[in-house]
Every structure is written in C-alpha cells, then in structure tokens.
Write a protein that binds this ligand. Structure first.
Ligand code: NAD
Ligand code: LMR
Length: 335
C-alpha cells in the first residue's frame, strides 16, 4: 500500500483494552507494529464499567506519547460505540484461565461475550472488518462471534495461534543455537490448546545461505516428537505457573504479527499459522471449525497453503485437535 493511501485512518477496536494484554497491545498498535509505519489509526477502546478508570489512565498515557499514527482515541464501555464502523477488531476482553484450568473451561463464562460482540459487529461494523480473537478459548470464541455476525463473511473471523508458532520457533532456535529468523515455516495446526500440533515437518533452517530441513538439522526425532511438541503446547500453562497470571506481552506481540501478515502480506514463501474457517476441503478437517492452518496472505486475504504431505503421525495429531474443536463447538451450541 502506498504512503498516501495509508494516511486515511482506519478504525481499530480493541476490547479489554485496559487488561494485561490490551494495555501492551494498544502501545504496539500506536507504534505501527500492527499496520506498518504509515497507517494511521483511530483506536476504539472498549472496557467493562469496572475498568473505566484504568481505561481513562491508558488513554492519558497513549496521548502523552504523542504517537504520530494515532489519529484519535475513543474510550468506551458501550458496545455500539466500540464497534462503530470498525475496519479491524482485536477481541481480547475475556476472562483468563488460572492454574489447573484448561482454556475450554472458560467457555461457559466467555461464550456470552463473543455472542454479544458478534452481534455488535454484525450491526455496527464495516462488512469488510477483519476480526482477530485472542480471548480464550480463542478458536471457539471466534466461531461464536462469526455465528452471530451472519452479514460478515466467515473468512473475516480468525483466532490467534501465532503465539504458539512464535514459541515453537524460539524453542528450535535455542535447540539449534541459531537466530530465530533463520527458522522458517513451522506450522501450528488446530486448536490453541493442549491438543495443538506444532509441526516441524515442513520447516527449514538457513545455515550459511543453505536451507536444511528442521529434522535433518536437529537430528533427534525423539526430542522433536516427545519433548518439543508438549513444551510448545504447555507453554501457556508454564507461564501461568511461573507468573501466576497468563502471558501478556508475548500475546500482544503475536496479535501484531498475525494482523500485520494478514493486512500487509506474508513474505514470499513464509507461512503464518492462523485460526481460520475450515471449508471441509483442506487436510481432511471438518467444515465450519476455526482451525489453525498454514496460510499465505496477500492483498488483505489469507489463503491456506495446500498440498503439504501429511504423514501418519501428523494425521493423527490433526485429527486429535479437530476432535477437540468439534467437542468445543458442541459445548458452545449447548451454552
Ligand atoms: P485480563 O483479565 O488482564 O484483561 C481482560 C480485560 O478484559 C479486563 O480489563 C476486563 O475488564 C476486560 N473485559 C472482560 N469482559 C469484557 C467485555 N465483555 N468487553 C470488554 N472488555 C471486557 O486478561 P488478559 O491477560 O489480558 O487476557 C485476556 C484473554 O486473552 C484471556 O481470555 C486469556 O486467556 C486470553 N489469551 C489468549 C492468548 C492466545 O494466544 N490466544 C494468549 C494469552 C491470553
Ligand atoms: C497462552 O497460551 O499463553 C494463553 O492462551 C493463556 C493461557 O491460558 O495459556
């Protein structure tokens, strides 16, 4: 996008703006981490009435940064104001899990938030809105929001699994003692949960300008299948056990990566893992789930990377996480 075109501000809704993630995220967006260095934004920041005072403080701090990219800031506790004419919505506002919980345990409490926000998107936002759900359980919440926004295309609703992808890259970078940006095309399949499948089979590491497959470089299938996968899948719980609260800055950073790639485009040949609507024709995954696939993005549209070989081990993993998403969908329907 050209610099002149980017000067027209876009309306970006952030729910739960005064929470742990929302707070950091707002500064990242204001600095251009999400939409690039020229795109101006109008921040529509939504909070619950109980957090109104903290929201006021956030707005004061954002203003005191005098960010050139921030055209306006609209703090609100009213859903119709938050989603008014939105071009983008980052749905963060939801209850986080505590120690000993799984993310789907939050469904009961959080489902109603995403129903109400789906309805608001349907009624007040642009039909072209791009939605990223961060609040857990992110995949199923995205499905709920989309269900209640029938006038907005289902492809416009996505869920965050980029944090898992970043975690996977970081683990491999430590293992291989190589910089993170030398590691490419690590995929997260399925749910942002314990059943997710961090897949290295299509990944490469660049060594001295030459690309080697991850399996060849690590030379330790036992580590890759039995240590690496659970390490990535359980990282959220590990953070909670250490900090007594869930990840915040790394989640905000991943939300920026996800939306940045969707908005600006992925680099040539690089995959971005995104929870997107399954059409039933990709990798045997049931239609109508928000499932994380490897995607390539161009002109503001994502496209699933097709034709990747899936071995027996991976097939089982893809099915296991699909099964959990089917169960979560059923739970959501029951609620
Ligand atoms: P937090 O409790 O610090 O902040 C949540 C904020 O949302 C609070 O300020 C609260 O007042 C607000 N809120 C609650 N309901 C709202 C509503 N209906 N409308 C507007 N605001 C509302 O929590 P957090 O640590 O920022 O986490 C937020 C969510 O993100 C949790 O569900 C957490 O599990 C999830 N999360 C997801 C990922 C991911 O990778 N997908 C990563 C980290 C956290
Ligand atoms: C994470 O992955 O860090 C978040 O989903 C928070 C959590 O509950 O683990």
């Amino acid at each position: 996008v050209k610099k002149e075109e980017e000067s027209k501000p876009i309306r970006v809704t952030v729910t739960g703006a005064a929470g742990q993630i929302g707070w950091v995220l707002c500064f990242m967006i204001a600095q251009g981490r999400m939409f690039g260095p020229y795109q101006k934004v109008i921040l529509q920041l939504m909070e619950l009435p109980a957090a109104e005072q903290v929201l006021q403080g956030l707005v004061m701090e954002l203003k005191d940064c005098a960010f050139p990219l921030v055209a306006d800031i609209k703090p609100t506790t009213k859903i119709e104001e938050a989603f008014d004419q939105s071009d983008v919505a980052i749905l963060v506002g939801a209850k986080p899990r505590g120690p000993g919980m799984e993310r789907k345990d939050l469904l009961n409490e959080n489902a109603k938030i995403f129903k109400a926000q789906g309805e608001a998107i349907d009624k007040y936002s642009k039909k072209t809105i791009k939605v990223l759900v961060v609040g857990n359980p992110a995949n199923t919440n995205a499905l709920i929001a989309s269900h209640y926004a029938p006038s907005v295309p289902k492809k416009n609703f996505t869920a965050l699994t980029r944090l898992d992808q970043n975690r996977a890259i970081s683990q491999l970078s430590d293992k291989l003692k190589t910089p993170v940006d030398d590691i490419h095309n690590i995929i997260i399949w399925g749910n942002h949960s314990l059943t997710q499948y961090p897949d290295v089979n299509h990944g490469q590491v660049s060594v001295g300008g030459k690309k080697t497959s991850i399996r060849e470089a690590v030379k330790d299938d036992k580590y890759l299948n039995e240590t690496f996968i659970p390490k990535v899948a359980k990282r959220g719980a590990e953070i909670i056990s250490v900090m007594k609260k869930s990840s915040a800055a790394s989640a905000a950073n991943a939300a920026c990566d996800h939306m940045h790639d969707w908005w600006v485009g992925t680099k040539q040949g690089e995959y971005a893992s995104m929870g997107i609507i399954s059409d039933g024709n990709k990798y045997g995954v049931a239609a109508g789930l928000i499932y994380s696939f490897p995607c390539e993005c161009k002109n503001g549209e994502w496209k699933v990377v097709e034709g990747l070989a899936v071995d027996e081990f991976s097939k089982k993993k893809l099915q296991e996480t699909e099964k959990e998403l089917l169960e979560e969908r059923k739970m959501a329907l029951d609620i």
